[in-house]
Design a protein around this ligand. Structure first.
Ligand SMILES: Cc1cc2nc3c(=O)[nH]c(=O)nc-3n(C[C@H](O)[C@H](O)[C@H](O)COP(=O)(O)OP(=O)(O)OC[C@H]3O[C@@H](n4cnc5c(N)ncnc54)[C@H](O)[C@@H]3O)c2cc1C
Length: 470
């Protein structure tokens, strides 16, 4: 492929050497590695449009990429070497903050952390929060409809987005950068692009919702006997705290064991071990004392009702951050432990305890001695129902035998999820990881409508082909 015409078609960087492109070709988990004809890094929306027009003219497939932290292989090109990687990281300006309208307009390549910081500077909160926030981008967050730890109170990325600017597969610019909370003027294009994982068009900018900053925040690390008590504690907390409850995470004890093993600074906050813990967050509009009293009142009630056996509450920002670090470091620690099989699932909250008990038992029977690494956003019904190899079999020489379990284990877990009315892909996107599996559980009608949408938005099938839909 002659890339001279592409080089001349847009302003920005075009990377072609193997050394320059390597970082764009492998995903965060190092599970997928592909090849590409080049990596284009435009600086402006008009240049993204020019790149896409060139791709349409030359029938070159495009893989949009943000921070490349996605966990489903959506941002990695295939092995053909015929694809262009379109990196959005140089579209990195916060265009405007409107504190009265409580909105921020940011380009797709701005990292989530930069948006949070810009909101903070304006005295506001941008509540989307997840462990990859220093690297993942707003474009990637919206393209995957990311969730994170505060969905319980503020919703997924979709609920936080008011308007979008998108470049279509044909290279046209759609400016839908509306900062409106009400707008019923026909089909909602914004909602179609959100969660479409780069298969319908390229998000180049977004108008996002901001919120008042809480006056104080407290985290509590609570030992609970089992997921059933954790679910009861969630209801108690929602009754007592209402919207002050901003996060409610379930953590299995093996997760804390892995963090202790792989993160030198990690410390268990409670003296005695418990099979399960809840990490909850209280955000208070009044102040520190009120936040602490609210959390203490909740925990006293939980202890007296035997929903909890012990608890620690943060009394400083350092303690608040240390408690959250235990949760945020689980994914990296599981990665450091060798291969893993991950299931990002969601269920009606009423079915979660029984799902964990039943599926843990079925896995123990079918795959003896594998380790369950279960944690997640219990307040949203979303579990990371992950599995690590047996102790002593984590080395690369055992990787193949563990990977061979993935197919049958996925079937067992996903069937159990779907039987209970759940979803096999809660917040990480389908990418290639869950593309075929998801199609297996969808009806023909749903798949047909999805294919028609894809054909309408991307008639040449150039936008991230073979992702999301088989
Ligand atoms: C340690 C860790 C923790 C995580 N925790 C969470 C969590 O709690 N909740 C959660 O939801 N996710 C979580 N994730 C995964 C999450 O999906 C990503 O971190 C993030 O949303 C992806 O953003 P990105 O910029 O890295 O996108 P990428 O990985 O670059 O891309 C992801 C997908 O979006 C597409 N895409 C990217 N940018 C654009 C664009 N501008 N226009 C169109 N399509 C685009 C890509 O083609 C790809 O399909 C975690 C990841 C890691 C590594």
């Amino acid at each position: 492929m002659d890339l001279h015409s592409l080089r001349g078609a847009f302003a920005g960087r075009l990377l072609t050497g193997a050394g320059e492109t390597a970082a764009f070709l492998t995903d965060w988990r190092r599970k997928w590695t592909g090849r590409c004809i080049a990596v284009a890094q435009p600086d402006r929306t008009e240049d993204v449009a020019a790149v896409l027009r060139w791709c349409a003219e030359h029938r070159i497939p495009v893989v949009p990429q943000g921070g490349n932290t996605g966990l489903s292989g959506g941002s990695t090109p295939d092995a053909s070497g015929q694809t262009l990687v379109l990196s959005l990281t140089r579209l990195n300006r916060v265009r405007a903050v409107d504190p009265v309208n409580n909105t921020i307009e940011a380009e797709a390549g701005v990292t989530l952390k930069q948006v949070q910081d810009a909101a903070l500077e304006a005295g506001r909160l941008f509540p989307l929060s997840l462990a990859a926030e220093g690297t993942c981008t707003i474009g990637g967050n919206l393209a995957t409809n990311a969730g994170g730890v505060q969905v319980l109170r503020y919703g997924n990325a979709r609920e936080l987005c008011l308007g979008l600017e998108v470049v279509t597969a044909e290279g046209e610019i759609w400016s839908g950068l509306r900062g409106l909370r009400k707008d019923n003027t026909g089909y909602d294009l914004r909602d179609l692009f959100i969660g479409s994982e780069g298969t319908l068009g390229v998000i180049t900018a977004a108008v996002l919702k901001l919120f008042p900053r809480p006056a104080a925040q407290v985290a509590a690390f609570v030992a609970v006997p089992s997921p059933a008590e954790a679910v009861e504690l969630l209801q108690l907390a929602q009754r007592r705290l209402a919207s002050s409850l901003t996060a409610f995470e379930l953590i299995g004890d093996p997760c804390i064991g892995l963090v202790e093993k792989h993160v030198a600074s990690a410390r268990r906050p409670l003296t005695d071990r418990s099979p399960w813990y809840v990490l909850l967050e209280v955000s208070d509009a009044t102040g520190e004392e009120h936040a602490a009293a609210t959390a203490e009142g909740l925990l006293e009630a939980a202890l007296s009702q035997e929903l909890a056996t012990d608890a620690a509450i943060s009394t400083s920002l350092a303690q608040f951050n240390a408690l959250w670090a235990l949760r945020e470091d689980i994914s990296e620690s599981q990665g450091a432990e060798g291969s893993s099989i991950k299931h990002d699932i969601s269920l009606p909250i009423s079915r979660i305890a029984e799902f964990i008990a039943g599926t843990d038992a079925a896995i123990a029977q079918a795959f003896p001695s594998v380790r369950m690494v279960v944690f997640g956003h219990l307040g949203d019904g979303n579990l990371h129902y992950n599995v690590s190899p047996p102790v002593g079999r984590t080395g690369p020489e055992h990787a193949a035998e563990f990977v061979a379990l993935e197919g049958p284990m996925n079937r067992l877990v996903h069937d159990a999820v779907v039987e209970r009315g759940g979803s096999i892909c809660a917040e990480h996107g389908l990418g290639v990881l869950r593309r075929d599996e998801s199609a297996r559980y969808k009806s023909e009608v749903e798949l047909k409508l999805m294919r028609k949408l894809k054909a309408a938005f991307d008639p040449l099938n150039l936008m991230n082909p073979a992702k999301v839909l088989p």
